[in-house]
Design a protein around this ligand. Structure first.
Ligand code: ADP
Length: 643
């Protein structure tokens, strides 16, 4: 057992070891694979960023207004800025360099006219005169911002003259100037006219539309303009009773707030710019290669500088990571054979897989369940190992079971054999003792009475017959074991055979007080059988019936036809056999293991021989029995129809 179990245990341990090693290897493979994918994606992402930078730089080189536009070549770009002296210029400052408004120029015709009008309005308080002058300036203005400015003043003067309708109409004119007309602070002039218009019935909607139009203007508005727009929208949202208008205001507010966030982050970037360590690059620094990209801010952005190939200074390109990632997924840049199920991380402290040394603060994480690259082969491998293990263990255990069963059977057989030897010796001794005793009595001539002498002789004959039967059984059995038992079939009458057996047992039966009832069907045809063998089988059954009869003294013997077979039956009313033993009593050496049964002499061979003989004749034996009620043993033999 140990010899079988120990190797299996070692096998199990080895397999488990292999499985864990295999798992570690697989995990390492997955990690390596993830790192490789991250590098590949990093490469692709970097290439895309560099392309964006080159394209924007080329566009900026050919058109200086590129810096002030809100829309760039690539949708991912937030803004592009010129870097001068460690500092970059914000796009709205490019759009309107401070003091660049035509309104603020003090030496123009327009400025002089306005100064005159204001003098009339504020010093003399001659409002009709002032408004006249304003109106004239508006009419002759050279630029839209001048016109708008003049009209705003005019509207104010009209209001002071208590002519609200005319005042409002001027405000409305300003409100419908084309978008992008701003004052020197970058505030759209239309927004200054918004407040009075709000008082009119459709005013709110007009102002919202106006703000949306300003947001769509080509140039970046200034933060001041956007703040004013926000205040107006908040006012409309809080004051309006119309749900539709409220909703419009809220939607516009959302956009305005987003724009403000971008602007505030751009301002913060301007402050932090030098700390980022991106700048400034001299054209001589080109040997260091292209500078890295760095993640910045809450939104977050990736910012990168061009090496300053075009003088003066270099260019700052700011890219929104969210739109970069989504366009990256949508575009062609994504390397093939890259699985889904990962996302980008932004932030300098992020602990994902690094993408590229030139993409600072960008990394990649794989979703926990996204290890589909190698998990499938791995689980297949694992199930293979477990299957193999189960198979090997199964075979080993089955082998162990077979071994155990054989050993148990051998041990049982050895027991039975030794029991057999002792019972045979015992069985031989009993008749021999009787024969000797009666023979000696006769020789001494003590008994003169012939009847008694005859009786002694009968006993001697009977005992030697019993001895012969016993020896025949043993000899036949050993022949059967060696495969040498040969039967000699010849035509014979079963009735005869049965009667001969009854005769042979007559004396011992009578001596023990048994009444034998014999029933013979004389009409049975002759059959080809080994006469002696069949008689031996019947004798075995009869002597069993006698032996296992207990208190009962009736034994029945019959032969008759049953269908196309002959049926020989031996019946007793003795101790009977339990059904669990009925299946085994035909095995060699088997004896029912109850104490009273064991006290009776026997070898366990009788029924084994009966079965062998019946089968050799193409027949069978069966037993019907119940404990305490007796047993009926039947030998069934085929009746040959051939002559
Ligand atoms: P033996 O009689 O020498 O023990 P057998 O092969 O003839 O061997 O019988 C096997 C066992 O079957 C017996 O030991 C006995 O327990 C049981 N047996 C056989 N015949 C009968 C019977 N007529 N009634 C009860 N038990 C029987």
């Amino acid at each position: 057992m140990v010899a079988v179990l120990l190797p299996s245990l070692v096998l199990v341990a080895l397999t488990l070891r292999i499985v864990t090693q295999e798992r570690e290897l697989a995990q390492k493979r997955i990690a390596d694979e993830h790192r490789r994918i991250a590098r590949e994606i990093g490469q692709a992402l970097l290439a895309r960023l560099e392309r964006i930078k080159l394209e924007e730089a080329a566009a900026a080189a050919s058109d200086p207004r590129h810096f002030s536009r809100r829309r760039y070549l690539n949708a991912e770009v937030v803004f592009v800025a010129k870097v001068v002296d460690n500092h970059f210029i914000l796009p709205w400052d490019v759009a309107r360099p401070p003091g660049a408004s035509s309104v603020s120029d003090q030496n123009t015709e327009f400025a002089r006219a306005m100064r005159q009008a204001e003098y009339q309005e504020f010093a003399i308080k001659d409002y009709p005169r002032a408004s006249d002058l304003y109106r004239r300036s508006a009419g002759s203005a050279a630029a839209l911002d001048q016109e708008g400015y003049a009209r705003l003043q005019l509207a104010r003067a009209l209001a002071k003259m208590k002519r609200p309708r005319e005042s409002l109409s001027e405000y409305q004119k300003v409100l419908s100037l084309p978008p992008g007309v701003v004052d020197e602070y970058g505030v759209p002039l239309s927004l200054y006219a918004a407040e009075p218009v709000l008082q009119t019935p459709a005013g709110s909607r007009a102002v919202i539309d106006r703000i949306e139009a300003e947001l769509k203007a080509e140039a970046w508005p200034s933060p001041a303009g956007i703040y004013l727009a926000r205040d107006l929208l908040e006012k409309i949202r809080d004051a309006s009773f119309e749900p539709a208008v409220q909703k419009e205001a809220r939607d516009a507010l959302l956009e305005v707030r987003q724009r403000l966030e971008i602007m505030e982050q751009a301002l913060a970037l301007q402050t932090d710019f030098q700390r980022l360590g991106l700048a400034p690059l001299q054209s001589t620094d080109l040997s260091r290669g292209e500078p890295p990209w760095t993640v910045y801010g809450q939104r977050p952005w990736v910012v990168g500088l061009t090496a300053a190939t075009q003088a003066p200074g270099s260019l700052l390109v700011v890219v929104d990571t969210q739109s970069l990632f989504s366009s990256f997924w949508a575009g062609q840049d994504i390397p093939k054979d890259v699985p889904s199920g990962f996302r980008f991380l932004t932030g300098l402290a992020s602990d994902g897989l690094p993408l590229n040394s030139r993409l600072q603060g960008l990394s990649l994480v794989f979703e926990p369940n996204a290890s589909d690259i190698s998990s499938k082969p791995w689980s297949a491998q694992r199930s293979f190992y477990f299957l193999a293990l189960v198979l090997v263990l199964g075979i080993t255990l089955f082998g162990a079971y077979l071994l155990w069963r054989d050993v148990r059977r051998e041990v049982g057989m050895a027991d039975l054999r030794s029991q057999f030897v002792s019972s045979v010796s015992h069985e031989l001794k009993t008749p021999l003792t009787a024969i000797r005793m009666f023979a000696e009595t006769l020789r001494l001539g003590r008994s003169k009475d012939t009847a008694t002498q005859m009786e002694y002789l009968d006993t001697i004959v009977n005992e030697s017959e019993r001895l012969t039967r016993l020896l025949n059984n043993v000899l036949d059995f050993s022949k059967i074991e060696r495969g040498e038992r040969i039967y000699h079939p010849a035509p014979a009458s079963l009735a005869e055979i049965v009667r001969a057996a009854a005769r042979a047992m007559e004396y011992p039966l009578k001596q023990r007080g048994f009444a034998l009832e014999v029933e013979v069907d004389e009409g049975l045809p002759e059959v080809r059988v080994d006469r002696d063998a069949i008689e031996q089988a019947v004798l075995n059954l009869l002597s069993n019936a006698m032996k296992y009869s207990g208190e009962s003294r009736t034994v029945g013997l019959s032969v008759r036809r049953e269908g196309d077979r002959a049926l020989i039956q031996v019946t007793d009313k003795g101790i009977g056999i339990e059904s669990k033993d009925q299946a085994r009593i035909f095995e060699k050496f088997y004896r029912v293991p109850t104490p009273e049964n064991q006290s009776l002499p026997g070898t366990g061979l009788g029924l084994a021989l009966v079965e062998h003989i019946a089968k050799a004749h193409g027949g069978s034996v069966r037993v019907e029995s119940a404990p305490g009620e007796g047993s009926t043993f039947s030998i069934l033999l085929p009746l040959e129809n051939k002559p």
